[in-house]
Design a protein around this ligand. Structure first.
Ligand code: RIB
Length: 305
């Protein structure tokens, strides 16, 4: 039985390394170029599978060579790909990523096949929902699909997670079916419509989201760690100090780590710490799926918060 279902995007990342990203109108020489499997949904699914979780994915790729390569990669990591369709009208999603010497990145996603997902793709894979305990979503698939999948998941009594990335505002119909919302500060600001500068701002914005029906929130704060918030209160978690080379998929790996630990019944404190370790290892390596650690690597990680 698949314990976790990820409904989300699958992209080929076209990654250019450059010492300093160009300004508008400027041409610079890059240092390296690679094609690396990515997409927030696939990254999260692969992160969980590498950490030992039983994971299935619902998504869409094109009938092209990127689609072949990505399906092969996700399957090789042990994710059940029976819910991933192929579409003839659009090419596989791609992400153009520029990473600089400070490990910062900028990303442009061309969604392609990811945005061809239809409600029928959910309906025909209902067994994957029935077999799962937790259903995980992001926002690189159409909003009506996210809304429908959350509704189907809750009707079947599943725990739902939404990582609202990339940030966009959305209806209360979507929000009310989210058990765990995992935004960063910018995403929380957009979703709540409130400024998010200080810890007090974060807590107020989280309260607003809980009034709309969200049960619990984890707000990721990049190098400042993360805050867990529920109706009882909040708790802050630090980050493990590492030398970052590429922050791509840091958030995806954190969500993968948290969900993997949480699906095994670990308490929130333990799941958050495990996720922080997964995120720390991920940023020390290049690329999205190429940087995600195995369970053994996380167990052997000796970091300091
Ligand atoms: O979160 C990182 C991911 O965002 C990349 O792999 C890219 O494909 C975009 O979806």
């Amino acid at each position: 039985m698949s314990k976790i279902l990820v409904v989300g995007s699958i992209n080929m990342d076209l990654v250019t390394r450059v010492s300093k990203a160009p300004k508008t109108g400027e041409t610079v020489l890059g240092e390296d170029f690679k094609q690396i499997p990515g997409g927030k949904g696939a990254n999260q699914a692969v992160a969980m599978a590498r950490l030992g979780s039983d994971v299935a994915m619902i998504g869409m790729v094109g009938e092209d060579s990127f689609g072949d390569t990505l399906l092969y990669a996700i399957k090789k990591d042990g994710v059940d790909i029976s819910g991933i369709g192929r579409c003839s009208s659009k090419s596989t999603g791609i992400a153009t990523i520029v990473v600089d010497d400070d490990a910062n990145n900028s990303i442009i996603v061309v969604s392609g096949a990811n945005f061809e997902m239809k409600k029928e793709d959910i309906d025909k894979n209902i067994k994957l929902y029935e077999d799962s305990k937790i259903v995980v979503h992001q926002l690189e698939t159409p909003l009506d699909i996210v809304e429908y999948s959350l509704k189907v998941s809750k009707a079947l009594g599943k725990t739902t997670i939404l990582n609202p990335a990339p940030a966009k505002s959305m209806s209360d119909e979507i929000i009310k079916n989210v058990d765990y919302l995992i935004p960063n500060e910018t995403e929380l600001e957009i979703l709540s419509g409130m400024p998010v500068k200080t810890k007090e701002d974060i807590l107020l914005a989280c309260r607003k989201m809980m009034e709309k029906g969200v049960k619990k929130l984890i707000v990721t704060l990049g190098s400042k760690g993360a805050i867990y918030v529920d109706s009882e209160g909040s708790k802050e978690f630090g980050v493990y100090k590492v030398e970052a080379v590429d922050t791509t998929a840091a958030g995806d790996s954190f969500i993968g780590g948290f969900t993997a630990a949480f699906s095994e019944g670990k308490p929130v404190e333990e799941a958050m710490d495990f996720a922080a370790k997964v995120g720390a290892i991920t940023v020390t390596r290049e690329g999205a799926q190429t940087s995600l650690p195995t369970l053994d690597e996380v167990r052997n990680f000796k970091g300091v918060v």
